[in-house]
Ligand binder design. Sequence first.
Ligand code: SAM
Length: 292
Amino acid sequence: MGSTGIDSLPSFSPGFKELSAPQGSERRHLTRINNHTMYLEILDGKLHRAPISDDPQMWYRHLGDVKSSVLFLCSRPHDLFKDFADKYPSAEVIGIDLSPIQPATVPPNCRFVVDDINEQWQYPDNKFDLIHIRAMAGSVPDWVVFHKIALRHLKPDGFVEQVELSGQAMSDDGTLPQDSALVQWWELFKAMGQKMGNTFAAGEVACESINAAGFIHIHKEKIKVPIGPWAKDKKLKEWGYWNLCFLLDGFDGFALRGMTTVLGWPIEKVQLYLAQLRKELKDPTIHSYLYL
Ligand SMILES: C[S@@+](CC[C@H](N)C(=O)[O-])C[C@H]1O[C@@H](n2cnc3c(N)ncnc32)[C@H](O)[C@@H]1O
């Protein structure tokens, strides 16, 4: 993987450079923490928005259950489900991911399972109080079918919560040219999703799909997350840094394989495209954002 160039960003958050500087696996580990931290920053530090009580005792009384069960889908790199298990020590917390990278340590009330969420679920119906899904765009062939399965495995008063960062960059002030690499990104991922049969528009279809699957009391939130530190507002500026760091760290990993194997681009064309994308991502005159 080539250099992301993030070392050349102006300093904003204390620790930003330290987080982005290490190379290899250590650097990837730290930037993954950035990723989890970015979601936490945007969601007011909350691990979930589903209206389960912050007081676990109240939660268990409310559920009238000895033990609550929570399922995290596609849980690698584990930060979210481990934090959740720490926060709710008497809940049974299960994290699932295809990738067999076991966390080194986990709180005693949580376990990690290597499994394919598109295969038959190995859990009883009506088991879970919360099923949490984050950043699963491109991983599910039919979201309505998927949400129906989730509904079957939830207790009758349980919740599904889904958090997705869209790949569709926008701007409100015309600073993002329609022929930019950043706009093209979304078109490429739409084409990739069509070819693979797994849409990347998970955030765009989630609410409709949850509704079609038969859920009630659906709550949808759309939050603008700037790309880069261009916003005047201090909080948005900081989100912009996190988002930029996340994108610079992750996009070539997403793109290289998909664009070569799925779209059939030669590697040189992908590299040229990614160089342009990197330039645009760091261009402070482009006031772009993504929706969470
Ligand atoms: C973009 S990462 C998101 C990780 C985590 N949910 C988060 O928010 O940080 C997508 C994860 O989904 C996992 N994944 C993709 N398809 C899957 C499947 N069919 N079953 C289980 N995990 C899957 C990948 O291994 C990867 O860890």
